[in-house]
Design a protein around this ligand. Sequence first.
Ligand code: FAD
Length: 284
Amino acid sequence: MKLPPFEYACPTSISEAVALLASHDGDAKALAGGQSLVPMLAFRVAQPSLLVDLRKLTELRRITIAPDGVTLGAMVRWREILDDARLRTAHPLLVAAVEHVAHYQIRNRGTVGGSMAHADPAAEMPGIAVTCEAEIAVVGKAGPRTIAAADFFQGPLMTALAPDEILTEIRLPAWPAQRRFGFQEFSRRRGDFALAAAMLFYDEAGGKARNAHAGAIGVGDRPLRLVAVEEALDGNAIDEATIARAEAAASASVDPADDIHASGAYRKALVGVMVERALRAAAA
Ligand SMILES: Cc1cc2nc3c(=O)[nH]c(=O)nc-3n(C[C@H](O)[C@H](O)[C@H](O)COP(=O)(O)OP(=O)(O)OC[C@H]3O[C@@H](n4cnc5c(N)ncnc54)[C@H](O)[C@@H]3O)c2cc1C
């Protein structure tokens, strides 16, 4: 279907972009890679009167690796994450997740900021942000603010972003070199959205897991933190009994709805299997 009519602007500064978004009473939208927004326009799910193209905001395309963590500019594309060899040690869980995002062409255009703002409950980047306790930097008419990933996602395709706000950065806390991690996803075809995926990490001390973090996508109305899985891991050796407890805890933590892709019961079982496999990968 052809796109509905809209005005188009391509600002060269963040302040100009914010002013443009604020100028249309909530009826303007940012355009990043267009991989989700353009289909939404075609299907008339979104009909903004103005599109504010962010592609000239080159300051939003930086990947910064510092002692306190990894900062991804909102306009960083999936391909740029996969091509950045530094990230394979600076944040291997992020790289493992992005390897599952979409298909070749979409990875060349789609951005991390677009994925976060779009807030698909089955998208990988929001899951990583929630599991790793990322901070989301945004700027709007009222100035900049920082939102914890846990507070950013408010439902399917719903976030804490105000209509005049632009997401500028995603800040992931530092990743110790010895950290153990796993990311496991099940989708119908590689590159499709996850039917369910689990991501987790822990640090090891004296053969036991510490500081366990676990999350899941595709099994709720937003990316979920699996606190019961973390409790099953912390203070324990990752042996068969712990893995079984974590798998059961994952399934018991979620209550996914039936939809055209899978029944809720199937996804509930699947997320447990994803946690089990992620833990085996982490332990290995
Ligand atoms: C066939 C197909 C398969 C896909 N599979 C997957 C998958 O497996 N996993 C996955 O995660 N994604 C998948 N995607 C989505 C893809 O990853 C997109 O890149 C992503 O969802 C949106 O990024 P974008 O840069 O294209 O954003 P756009 O489409 O340009 O924008 C999406 C939304 O975010 C808003 N927005 C964008 N940038 C900002 C910003 N900086 N500040 C504020 N608001 C902003 C826009 O206004 C819009 O509402 C798939 C897409 C397609 C078409």
